[in-house]
Design a protein around this ligand. Sequence first.
Ligand SMILES: C[S@@+](CC[C@H](N)C(=O)[O-])C[C@H]1O[C@@H](n2cnc3c(N)ncnc32)[C@H](O)[C@@H]1O
Length: 242
Amino acid sequence: MRVETLSVFPQMFEAPMSLSIIGRARKAGILDFIAHDLRDWTHDNHNTTDDEPYGGGAGQLMKVEPVFEALDDLLAQEPARVVFFTPVGVPFSQGLAAELAREQRLIMVCGRYEGFDERVYTRADLCVSLGDYILTGGELAAMVVTDAVCRLLPGALGDAQSPLDESFSTGLLEYPQYTRPATYRGLEVPDVLLSGNHRMIAEWRRKQSIIRTAQIRPDLLEQAELSEREWELVHSCLEGEK
Ligand SMILES: C[S@@+](CC[C@H](N)C(=O)[O-])C[C@H]1O[C@@H](n2cnc3c(N)ncnc32)[C@H](O)[C@@H]1O
């Protein structure tokens, strides 16, 4: 898959897109990543990408022309799904990461200042929000989405099982995990994990996932597939909270 970003700070992507899993995926040819500089599509001496909002108000807006011209050029090469980052977008989720991981090419457009001239969104296939807070720019959002998408690409993770086990992939939060030593400063690893009994370990993990999700993110349970007994466990957790 190829991910391309369009922003006024392409240099922000250097380290996050070169290290660890993403760096290895790029070296292995699993992910191709290009950070474009939006200023390459400006025509004045100052490479201006922002202007004042019509009607007044605080701050500057991203100009419409550089975004349109950049997308004209990039999309003339081959088709891509164009994603804009904005707090007004659909909330990013593991499900959306999985959907985007199936694309051949993504172009992610990152805002700055007070956001974009509204007309740029006529070029959007998708508008994505990272959450109900305001970042200074879309670059961090693009890094987050690229990271979440990259680890779902076949071959990107060493252990192909990991994305299936993680929080949200089953509609539940992940169970608690431990590594050595078995006792640290009086804090014990649960006995069941030391038992070597895989069936009991799997049952314990599933139960812990359900308890945690009921306690911390009950909203997620709407999507989870639970047995009747597991729903009883959820209800007893929620009753215990009252
Ligand atoms: C300071 S923000 C603009 C916020 C805008 N004035 C508003 O209230 O919706 C500048 C840019 O950062 C990015 N951004 C900020 N918060 C974001 C979020 N929660 N999700 C996705 N992108 C975000 C967007 O690309 C946005 O255009």
